[in-house]
Design a protein around this ligand. Structure first.
Ligand SMILES: CC(C)(COP(=O)(O)OP(=O)(O)OC[C@H]1O[C@@H](n2cnc3c(N)ncnc32)[C@H](O)[C@@H]1OP(=O)(O)O)[C@@H](O)C(=O)NCCC(=O)NCCS
Length: 245
């Protein structure tokens, strides 16, 4: 199996993203549930993705690629300290290769930054997968699952799909210490790719934001860390920007 890379999708409304999601969902539903999605199913699925994207500010998604095509994705939202997973599908040819598990892990890392628990409603044949990954049924017989987030992220670079007030406060402080400004508006309006570095105390100590046309595409990177590790963190933040979409 070729190398599979997971990447955050900051702007789902870019042409082709939802089409790729639906292509994967369609193939997975046919293979696992022997269900052929109808035109109406496609319309409803597209409408739900669209509504989530425009009406829920903290909407997140990750894709998996084999280098050519998107072969899996996860999509969800964070609201009121709860992360919800709404979609998780892997192309049949790539199932049982830990793609679904890796996508779930990425969503959980995002959840750890913004939520206290993760919730989802499972399709019938995925229940074992979620139980295997530490999810519990909310009650016997239910297909709703929950997982508490116990550990805060440490020494990790995480994508920020929406700059929440606490993230903005932390990044403003770091930007000021670096004699720079932190422009939240541009990030929100253009859905600019953004990453934060969580230090050993689980505090944000660095961030990077992709450049836009206003600054000729030059990314902003600000780090508050001892010089020995600042370079490493900076390189990591820049590299992650290169992988994002
Ligand atoms: C469910 C799905 C996303 C899992 O993705 P995947 O890439 O095939 O799963 P992975 O290979 O990452 O599995 C991760 C682990 O879960 C285990 N696992 C996977 N499916 C399982 C199941 N049904 N029951 C128990 N364990 C399961 C794997 O054995 C693996 O264990 P390991 O880490 O100890 O080796 C994929 O099969 C799929 O797209 N299914 C159809 C659509 C669907 O039902 N989606 C869920 C919507 S809520």
């Amino acid at each position: 199996m070729t190398d599979i890379r997971i990447f955050p999708i900051f702007n789902q409304s870019v042409p082709g993203i939802w089409e790729a999601f639906l292509r994967i969902q369609s193939a997975a539903m046919r293979y696992v549930y022997n269900y052929r999605m109808t035109v109406l199913d496609h319309d409803i699925a597209r409408q739900l993705l669209f509504q989530d994207w425009w009406h829920v500010s903290y909407n997140f998604a990750f894709g998996a690629t084999d280098g050519m095509n998107m072969i899996g994705f996860i999509q969800g939202a964070c609201q009121n300290n709860i992360a919800q997973i709404q979609n998780l599908y892997v192309m049949p040819k790539f199932m049982s290769n830990h793609v679904g598990g890796r996508l779930l892990n990425c969503a959980e890392r995002v959840g750890a930054l913004n939520a206290k628990k993760i919730e989802l409603v499972s399709l019938a044949k995925a229940e074992g997968f979620y139980e295997h990954n530490g999810y519990n049924r909310v009650m016997a017989g239910s297909n709703s699952f929950v997982k508490k987030i116990r550990t805060a992220p440490r020494c990790d670079v995480l994508p920020v799909f929406y700059p929440t007030p606490s993230i903005v406060r932390a990044c403003r402080r770091i930007a000021t210490d670096n004699d720079q400004e932190f422009n939240t508006r541009a990030i929100k309006e253009n859905r600019l790719p953004m990453f934060v570095y969580m230090n050993i105390e689980s505090n944000i100590s660095a961030f990077s934001v992709a450049g836009d046309e206003k600054n000729d595409g030059v990314p902003q990177v600000c780090v508050n860390a001892p010089r020995q590790i600042a370079d490493i963190i900076q390189k990591r933040l820049v590299r992650e920007l290169g992988y994002s979409r």
